[in-house]
Design a protein around this ligand. Structure first.
Ligand SMILES: NC(=O)c1ccc[n+]([C@@H]2O[C@H](COP(=O)([O-])OP(=O)(O)OC[C@H]3O[C@@H](n4cnc5c(N)ncnc54)[C@H](OP(=O)(O)O)[C@@H]3O)[C@@H](O)[C@H]2O)c1
Length: 276
């Protein structure tokens, strides 16, 4: 009996090693959790990361079906180097083949009114953590001859907006970083995508201190579900010639393009009005 148990355990371990492994930062809720649900249903092993432990454990419980792969959890703030080191180690041990740098947050406050930690944290989470995890985990993908990276940026990365000074700037960095990295790695068999969502129903806006606007589609603002965004991203990633910039939805593509086509003065007038 005991021998049978050991045999089953060994078979399970061998099967888990054969499954692809994804690492998702910010998997607690929203877009990260939507990626986790889709990838778990496809049989991926998943390393989930976030800070709200109770919510993450509830998600792991939900994903832990008989057909699911292995689920690991790394907790911690991404502005803390120890969290990045723990993720890098977990990712290397598991030979991650899909890295999703998704964690992020907004401030919704004037640059000078918000705390230094909150504002500078965006540089750490949206820029440094992403670059460090790419450096830690892409080398093994190169050795394997294939791998995929999704960096979750935002249409805000194309905009200049009051109350989003560090958010727009860091997401702008993230989009450019990802685009250049994709060009560098494409000939080497690694697919890199900048996912550029617009307004998405997640916990993101609940966390903003002064965000009381209605969350419904109006004019060119179209709200999407997190699952729609995650599904779009994975579909794009798996195309024969995947786009580097993945912008879900026609209206988001329009908002993405607006600052590049409007005369600057007109754009500034609109940007100041919409954030009033
Ligand atoms: N929702 C939108 O309208 C929208 C639009 C464009 C782009 N995005 C981007 O989409 C990504 C996912 O956000 P979401 O909308 O799904 O929001 P969400 O539901 O609030 O999820 C954000 C995730 O990021 C994690 N996170 C935030 N700050 C962190 C930090 N300092 N250290 C570690 N983890 C941190 C959160 O962890 P805990 O919750 O456990 O603390 C959570 O798991 C973000 O990069 C965001 O900028 C969102």
């Amino acid at each position: 009996m005991e021998q049978n148990d050991r045999e089953t355990e060994r078979n399970q371990e061998a099967e888990d090693r054969r499954r692809p492994t994804a690492l998702i930062t910010g998997a607690t809720s929203g877009i990260g959790a939507a990626f986790a649900r889709r990838l778990a249903a496809e049989g991926y092993n998943i390393i989930l990361h976030g800070r709200r432990e109770e919510k993450l454990r509830a998600l792991m419980h939900e994903l832990d079906t008989p057909d699911a792969g292995d689920l690991d959890l790394v907790l911690g703030d991404l502005s803390d180097r120890r969290t990045i080191d723990a993720l890098a180690e977990a990712g290397r041990n598991r030979e991650v083949s899909l890295l999703i740098n998704n964690a992020g947050y907004g401030a919704g406050r004037d640059f000078l009114e918000d705390s230094e930690a909150n504002q500078m944290g965006m540089l750490a989470v949206h820029c440094e953590a992403v670059a460090l995890l790419c450096r830690a985990l892409i080398p093994q993908m190169l050795r394997a001859g294939s791998g995929q990276v999704i960096n979750v940026s935002s249409i805000a990365g194309e905009q200049s907006l009051p109350k989003s000074v560090m958010y727009t700037a860091t997401k702008s960095f993230l989009t450019r970083f990802t685009e250049s990295l994709a060009l560098e790695l494409r000939p080497l068999g690694i697919v890199v995508q900048a996912l550029i969502p617009g307004f998405t129903h997640t916990d993101f806006h609940d966390k903003l201190p002064e965000w009381e606007r209605e969350r419904r589609s109006k004019g060119i603002i179209r709200w999407q579900t997190a699952d729609h965004v995650a599904a779009f991203s994975l579909r794009q990633l798996r195309k024969k010639n995947p786009r580097i910039l993945a912008v879900p939805g026609f209206f988001n593509k329009l908002i993405f393009a607006v600052p590049h086509i409007l005369p600057r003065r007109l754009y500034y007038a609109i940007a100041s009005k919409v954030t009033d």
